[in-house]
Design a binder for this molecule. Sequence first.
Ligand code: F6R
Length: 353
Amino acid sequence: EKGTYPHYMLKEIDEQPLVMRKIIQAYQDINGDLAIDSDIVKAMNDADRIYIVACGTSYHAGLVGKQMIEQLAEIPVEVHVASEMGYNMPLLSKKPLFIFISQSGETADSRAVLVKVKELGYKAITITNVPGSTLSREADYTLLLHAGPEIAVASTKAYTAQIAVLSILASVVGKKADLDLVHELGIVANAMEVLCDSKEEFEKMAFEYFTVTRNAFFIGRALDYYVCLEGALKLKEISYIQAEGFAGGELKHGTIALIEDGTPIVALATQENVNWSIRGNVKEVVARGANPCIISMKGLDTNEDRFVIPEVHELLTPLVSVVPLQLLAYYAALHRDCDVDKPRNLAKSVTVE
Ligand code: F6R
């Protein structure tokens, strides 16, 4: 039930701090340490390469998961769009392990790949919100999202839950002593709360940047780039503004031709090693008339920034930086009188290939 909320999407955005805390609890052992089923940890350690397979928002979570697994567990990871992989299987490593990410657990494109993977005799883990779903039943192992039912067509809390579970998987397999993930995810939950309490500000920003525009770009580097892909998808699916996410350095290789006077450019700046280069990319588009909206993280902020998010661990920034983008999309859709929870042409779960 959406209770006092006008839309499920807003309710689900607001639930994200609670979902973070539920996930921490669900993956803690009796000593309070994060734990993952030992068969799953063994499967990860036995693999020479991991293949993440997903669609849409779940694919975007997979991109973040790749960074986490490579950095914390030091296993190479490829991320594939399911509908492509089904017909164009890449050359697989000797000991591959597959991770399917699917909120619903019913996505036909992902299932088609899982069927092939099982035919080939390889092991698969499904990360899903729905126990007993098709992808969960047909994989060898399941990791649950504990996000509660997601009703709005535009996925929000499932995305952050997927990333949180992937971070736990990566850190348990990687056994990095210098990362206290329980503590860091707690900080993330608190930061999400601060953002959810800033709705009025995001409503104002959405009004300012997205009320009349035909298009919008989201730019970022490293992890921020992946979050930009998700921010653009959120905006286009519910507000029908043509929006694209780009790697900051890639815009000048063609797409910069689309920048006109007033084109909104949302730039994320949460990664220290690329903070100055993304700001350089903002200058490039501002010189062509773009209307910049820099969302940075505390500690990396400057006085040109439109919004500063609270500081969290550098690897966990997507969990936090996506929240402003979800809220901007939500309010942009409202300002444009769109049906937030049921956007045109879309269904909650896509059970056809
Ligand atoms: C976007 C969205 C879709 C889904 C995609 C995969 O907001 O919800 O892009 O992420 O259809 O769905 P699942 O995760 O159920 O496999």
